[in-house]
Design a protein around this ligand. Structure first.
Ligand code: SAH
Length: 279
């Protein structure tokens, strides 16, 4: 046993688990196993209704948005994870997508280590890659994008300076995938235009990827706000900016992922997007 291993054998293990974007079929085998074996599952709403409904309510603790609309403070979640582990419980911290992609999983891992609680990381399919992939959008493409950047569209409001360098991102020429970016879409699309990105650059908004009511809206950087508003896109949604975003419209007629439906910009109608629905 390594010298720096946790001292007490009575301390339970915490599993930092990614649920994938929401379709239970995209939960990993390991995730299902540790969820089934857990005494307690701490979750927020992002894993989506189907996955959350598949876990016995008795072992679920919601550490997401509270009824009043306020978020459970991260300090509470950190404290609760340690507290439960110290009671000898097997704990799953279930997060949407991948736990280490904008999920505060890194902070929780450090807190657990600082408190000598053993933990295992169970990766998940991130909405930033798999969630847009099911919409027929490859984040890289030999002809269109040699790099991809994952960006937060919702900066920490307590920070004085912008933590995201939109000018530098515009200069990459690669795909930009923006998470938590529905509300501030007008601001960052303007920042990219100001940085010299072409208004014709394709843009796609993928809402509730892989959930039963998933929708996709497409437009351009220049029409970003109208694309969002005409379709009524709401969080959770991923914004894809770059040439690859146009592939949704090219491929959708033959995309057999059942849940993908497209909001057409011209009439707001939802197209089922399956091959049979195509003219
Ligand atoms: N760890 C998550 C991301 C958490 S940040 C992951 O890897 O996917 C929260 C943001 O993730 C949301 O604002 C949204 O941009 C994105 N997101 C998560 N699940 C999503 C889904 N099913 N469909 C679309 N966007 C999703």
């Amino acid at each position: 046993m390594p010298e720096d291993a946790p001292a007490s054998e009575d301390v339970g293990t915490v599993y930092l688990v990614g649920s994938g974007p929401g379709d239970p079929g995209l939960l990993t085998v390991r995730a299902r196993e540790v969820i089934d074996d857990a005494d307690v599952v701490l979750h927020d709403k992002l894993p989506g209704p189907e996955i959350l409904d598949s876990i016995p309510a008795g072992k679920c603790e919601d550490v997401g948005k509270r009824a009043g609309g306020e978020w459970t403070p991260q300090e509470y979640t950190n404290r609760r994870l340690v507290e439960l582990a110290e009671q000898g419980k097997t704990v799953v911290r279930l997060k949407g997508g991948d736990p280490f992609v904008f999920g505060r999983g890194g902070e929780e891992a450090e807190h657990l280590a600082a408190n000598e609680v053993p933990f295992e990381v169970v990766p998940g399919v991130t909405s930033a890659i798999g969630g847009v992939g099911v919409a027929g959008i490859p984040v890289t493409h030999r002809d269109h994008a040699s790099s991809v950047s994952f960006v937060t569209g919702h900066e920490d409001p307590t920070k004085d300076e912008s933590a995201v360098d939109w000018e530098a991102l515009a200069a990459t020429g690669g795909t930009l995938v923006v998470l938590m970016g529905v509300g501030k879409l007008p601001e960052y699309s303007q920042a990219l235009l100001d940085a010299g990105m072409a208004p014709e650059t394709p843009l796609a908004l993928v809402e509730r990827a892989t959930w039963p009511d998933m929708r996709v809206a497409t437009g351009t950087l220049g029409t970003a706000e109208a694309t969002r508003d005409d379709a009524g896109i709401e969080p959770p949604a991923v914004t894809v900016i770059g040439e690859v975003a146009a592939s949704h419209d090219r491929l959708r007629a033959f995309l057999a992922n059942e849940r993908v439906s497209t909001v057409d910009a011209d009439d707001g109608d939802v197209d089922t997007g399956d091959a049979e629905g195509a003219e």
